[in-house]
Design a protein around this ligand. Structure first.
Ligand SMILES: Nc1ncnc2c1ncn2[C@@H]1O[C@H](COP(=O)(O)OP(=O)(O)O)[C@@H](O)[C@H]1O
Ligand SMILES: [Mg+2]
Length: 225
């Protein structure tokens, strides 16, 4: 498939990450403080849901930034046996605010047997989140259906992540794993390039099928149990 992301590799990465993480903390602290003041001043409930979402999201960024600064979890996590179902549930939980804001239906069709595979958990969470966030972004509010399917095939596990979003043209499909490829205004085109690197490092094969106007299916073959 396509080449790995040069943006996410190289000796300067940790320096860059640490500096970026420090810089993010300042505006984040301002967001936190402003939110606290807003919540204290507002007595009515009408915007509370949205304020709570902003707060959860700011807390999440804070957690990620702290992890990066301490250089732990993502860097140090070892490969260990993981339940694919728990992993998928956790990723859906992390994306629940976006799912709720777009009123997207989530349908889980998990195999009755839990799928246990050897993985780097924090990294695989990032990879699955990138795929699922793209799916959420591709779908129309109120009409979106996100389907997660797991099934064993010949001693291996397949995870399918399906959306009924805008789909991808045949020409663009060739580029989705390339660093910097994006067709979104304000998009970075880093998510799937990093996902591809993580999947490859964890022996997960990826195949994507898509049809413009109908939706996109990601097939992940976990080969490492
Ligand atoms: N589920 C999907 N439905 C439609 N397009 C998708 C989907 N997943 C990825 N893409 C396409 O792949 C591109 C690259 O995705 P990504 O690397 O995550 O970058 P970004 O989300 O910043 O654009 C997206 O801009 C989009 O065009
Ligand atoms: Mg993305």
């Amino acid at each position: 498939m396509n080449s790995p992301s040069p943006l996410l590799e190289g000796p300067g990465l940790f320096d860059f990450t640490a500096k970026l993480a420090h810089e993010i903390r300042n505006p984040l602290a301002t967001i936190d403080l402003s939110l606290e003041l807003m919540l204290a001043e507002r007595k009515d409930d009408d915007l509370k849901t949205y304020m709570d979402i902003i707060r959860h999201s700011a807390d999440k960024i804070n957690e990620l930034v702290n992890d990066l600064i301490k250089n732990r979890s993502i860097v140090e996590a070892q490969v260990a046996n993981q339940s694919l179902h728990h992993l998928l549930d956790e990723v859906i939980e992390m994306a629940k605010d976006r799912i709720m804001l777009k009123n997207i239906m989530v349908c889980k069709e998990y195999d009755p047997t839990d799928c246990i595979v050897a993985l780097n958990r924090p990294k695989m969470k990032i990879a699955l989140t990138n795929i699922i966030v793209n799916a959420i972004e591709a779908m129309e509010a109120q009409l979106g259906e996100l389907k997660l399917v797991t099934m064993p095939i010949a001693g291996k596990y397949v995870v399918q992540i399906e959306d009924n979003g805008c789909g991808i043209s045949e020409k663009n499909l060739k580029n989705i794993f390339h660093a910097n490829y994006t067709n979104k205004p304000g998009g970075l085109g880093i998510g799937l390039a990093s996902t591809y690197d993580i999947l490859t490092a964890n022996n997960v094969k990826v195949h994507v099928e898509s049809q413009e106007g109908s939706g996109t299916h990601f097939f992940l073959l976990f080969d490492n149990n």
